[in-house]
Design a protein around this ligand. Structure first.
Ligand SMILES: Nc1nc2c(ncn2[C@@H]2O[C@H](COP(=O)(O)OP(=O)(O)OP(=O)(O)O)[C@@H](O)[C@H]2O)c(=O)[nH]1
Ligand SMILES: [Mg+2]
Ligand SMILES: [Zn+2]
Length: 363
């Protein structure tokens, strides 16, 4: 069932909800509410504000301090696609629990464990990749893992079919490399009518799709094709390597022809999964299934005899699995180390306070 089922489509008149005062913690300056809160969808997240859509118009709203704190405490944040309740002063007071979230880890070497929510409440992720120099099948394993961990359907969309000569060979190559249940289409994003027709199966009314992929892959071009009045700019790719110039800088949810919604995103420079081993097992369900046929119960699929995974999976996909597995293990270790460090700090400051107390008593 589509996510937005309580609302006919995300852009029809939303439900009005009575102020659920019992479930809030009015500990601080929550602006006085006059009567009802309105259920809206977050269409853009800015620094301290969000753009929300109420079924008719889009407006800017602030976010209550209580909600900001509650989300920060849970390493969470408002994201495009969230359903929220906005009071009469245009302040977001509550977020409805998201059905799913796509999130990644910040990869700056310092805050490895910071979790960044990309989008919430999506049904389909179009993994957009150019058939030109952008074409890299192994990169898709990471994107597929990202969306599958959230229970979202991945669909690979190969763009720029008008620019290369060997479209069917490359498309076949992609289909052979992808898990059997991941659909793959190739198209020319500049041809709006054909693009709409090809992607329509994944855009029924009320559904939400997100576009993910490198800069220059053609996400905003596709957004143009799928939306009636898209305001997202598109930009040229660099000559030579076909890389994009990071034209899109914010995520935006837009109404799409036929009653679905689409979220255009900026190209990700790097994608580090927010995964533990359990999450990865879900993303690589084919590995988990095949592993039951390995000769050894604790087979690591790393060259052991009688390994059913190595026998059936392409070496490239197995390699991706090993790489992501190592990354997840490293991140889990970092989290434990951090915990240890925190308790060390706590002990140290407790000891310091005690010393101070002893000194005062002695003096
Ligand atoms: N010929 C052709 N050009 C395309 C196609 N898709 C995108 N382009 C061109 O590729 C360039 C980059 O497209 P964008 O849609 O801006 O790429 P993007 O993925 O949104 O990039 P960022 O916003 O930087 O993440 C633009 O010049 C587009 O016109 C396609 O299917 N065929
Ligand atoms: Mg763009
Ligand atoms: Zn094995």
């Amino acid at each position: 069932m589509p996510l937005s089922s309580p609302f006919a489509t995300p852009f029809t008149t939303p439900n009005r909800t009575e102020h659920p005062s019992s479930s809030t913690t009015p500990t601080e300056a929550i602006p006085p509410t006059t009567g009802a809160w309105q259920t809206c969808r977050v269409v853009e997240v800015l620094r301290n504000r969000v753009q929300v859509h109420d079924g008719q118009t889009t407006r800017s709203a602030s976010v209550s301090h209580a909600l900001q704190r509650e989300l920060a405490d849970a390493s969470d944040a408002l994201a495009v696609g969230d359903w929220v309740q906005v009071d009469a002063q245009d302040c977001v007071q509550q977020r409805l629990p998201p059905r799913n979230q796509l999130s990644r880890r910040l990869n700056d070497g310092r805050d490895k464990n910071e979790r960044l929510v990309i989008v919430s409440n999506v049904d389909t992720a179009f993994l957009v990749m150019g058939l030109d120099a952008d074409f890299n099948l192994r990169r898709l394993d990471r994107y597929i893992a990202l969306v599958r961990m959230a229970g979202v359907q991945p669909v690979v969309v190969l763009t720029k079919a008008d620019r290369v000569g060997d479209v069917s060979r490359k498309t076949d190559e992609a289909r052979a490399a992808l898990p059997a249940d991941v659909p793959c289409v190739s198209l020319n994003g500049l041809d709006a009518e054909t693009s709409r027709a090809l992607l329509r199966p994944w855009l029924p009314p009320g559904h939400t799709a997100v576009l993910l992929g490198s800069s220059g892959a053609g996400k905003s071009t596709l957004t143009h094709a799928l939306c009636d009045h898209s305001t997202q700019g598109t930009g040229p790719t660099r000559d030579g390597d076909g890389r994009g110039r990071h034209t899109t800088t914010v995520r935006t949810l837009l109404p799409c022809v036929g009653g679905a919604s689409i979220i255009d995103t900026p190209g990700l420079r790097s994608l580090r999964l927010d995964a533990d081993e359990r999450g990865l097992a879900r993303a690589f369900a084919d590995v988990a299934q095949l592993a039951s046929g390995c000769r050894f119960r604790n087979c690591q699929h790393a060259g052991e005899p009688g390994c059913a995974v190595a026998d059936s999976l392409s070496p490239e996909r197995l390699n991706s699995w090993h790489k992501l597995q190592r990354e997840a293990q490293r991140d889990t270790m970092t989290a434990l180390e951090r915990q240890r460090q925190l308790s060390e700090w706590k002990q140290r400051s407790q000891a310091g306070r005690q010393r101070l107390k002893d000194k005062r008593q002695a003096g």
